[in-house]
Design a binder for this molecule. Structure first.
Ligand code: 2AM
Ligand code: CA
Length: 263
């Protein structure tokens, strides 16, 4: 039997340790490299933080598997058993340019089902965490179930690039939605955006392409407060592969799906 309480205590201690190291790194010069393109950034802190978690997980839980964004984990073909899905710094561009609005994001899955989810807003020292079936919290404060909201009263998160010409979606699809809602926001970290959905600060969030480590933790948090987590077609997410993402309060999810996305 997996001892989830013990895993939970360990993850929280490891997250606090990693967060403190990341905050300390603001005093020293970062080593910044690019990955797939000039806007796809990675720093020595992304890599060091991933290595810190992997070393701790490997020492403590020898039979667990790890999927990490920076590639120091395992090559996974399935999510059988216990798998850690890890983004050491989600929102690296924010980390580099703004020193805020980035997060450590960790989802612990068992046989493809999310059990423990953590999003740590390092600069604000806010840990959003959830244990499937046991509620979601921001630090020690329990997050209430989400309230419904009408489209015209909603604040939604999306990146402005999805309403200009881009490779992934016809901008004509989302522009009526952007015109209808009360406001749009873009924080530049999928994990922060999902934590804000769970905390009721945002009503919906859409993204055309995210990786499992971007949404693994957020999915657990949002579902724990009654939110809906799917891809843009309304299908269940596959935590092993990249996909689009659409998360929202339940009725709002349905309305946006039928009135805006399926037209
Ligand atoms: P990252 O900072 O960990 O790379 C906004 O850029 C959000 O989308 C961030 O959460 C970022 O995660 C993620 N992201 C950016 N480019 C991506 C890509 N090509 N595939 C998947 N996720 C991406
Ligand atoms: Ca990252």
């Amino acid at each position: 039997m997996t001892n989830w309480k013990e895993i939970d205590q360990n993850v929280r201690a490891w997250i606090k340790e990693a967060g403190s190291k990341i905050r300390d790194s603001f005093q020293t010069e970062l080593n910044i490299k690019t990955k797939s393109n000039r806007n796809d950034l990675v720093t020595n802190m992304d890599e060091a933080t991933e290595r810190l978690f992997i070393e701790k997980i490997r020492t403590t839980y020898k039979d667990h598997k790890i999927m990490g964004e920076e590639g120091f984990g395992d090559e996974l073909l399935d999510l059988d058993g216990v798998t850690w899905i890890l983004d050491p710094i989600d929102g690296t561009m924010n980390f580099v340019h703004q020193q805020r609005n980035f997060a450590i994001s960790i989802g612990v899955y068992e046989d493809s089902v999310g059990v423990l989810g953590y999003i740590y807003d390092v600069v604000h020292d806010e840990l959003y965490h959830a244990h499937r079936g046991h509620g979601a919290y921001m630090n020690d404060v329990k997050l209430p179930d989400l309230n419904e909201v009408e489209v015209e009263d909603s604040v939604i998160a999306l990146n402005a690039q999805w309403v200009t010409s881009n490779r992934r979606i016809d901008p004509k699809i989302l522009s009526p939605l952007v015109q209808k809602v009360r406001g749009t926001r873009s924080y530049g970290s999928a994990a922060i955006e999902m934590a804000y959905i769970a905390a009721g600060r945002l009503d919906a969030y859409l993204s055309m392409r995210l990786a499992p480590w971007d949404f693994a933790a957020g999915k657990i948090l949002i579902e724990e407060v009654g939110g809906i987590v799917t891809d843009l077609d309304g299908n269940e997410l596959d935590p092993l592969n990249k996909s689009s993402l659409f998360v929202a309060k339940p009725r709002l999810h349905q309305t946006i799906m039928t009135d805006y996305l399926k037209r």
